[in-house]
Design a protein around this ligand. Structure first.
Ligand SMILES: [Zn+2]
Length: 90
């Protein structure tokens, strides 16, 4: 199993939304929705630790924008996730 089929994979769509947030296209409210997905999705939260990342962003949102190095780190993490093959497939 690969993660190529984004239309079949709601998690990948959520990951795409994180990109949009980093680009300034999503609001703080959208980020909260994302966080709710991560909180209820074992796959995203447990395997990738993204819940923690989003929580870190939420603390900053509405008061300040995320620093560039944090954004870069998050993008890198998402790229790793999207490029990784799912370990449970075997
Ligand atoms: Zn998910």
């Amino acid at each position: 199993m690969t993660w190529d089929d984004t239309t079949e994979n709601p998690c990948n769509q959520k990951l795409g939304s994180i990109y949009e947030y980093l680009d300034g296209a999503l609001s703080c409210e959208d980020l909260k929705e994302l966080n709710e997905h991560l909180a209820s999705c074992d796959h995203c939260a447990r395997e990738y630790d993204l819940e923690k990342v989003i929580r870190g962003l939420m603390k900053r949102c509405c008061c300040e924008t995320a620093p560039q190095d944090l954004k870069a780190k998050i993008r890198q993490r998402i790229d790793e996730i999207k490029n990784a093959e799912h370990p449970a497939a075997s």
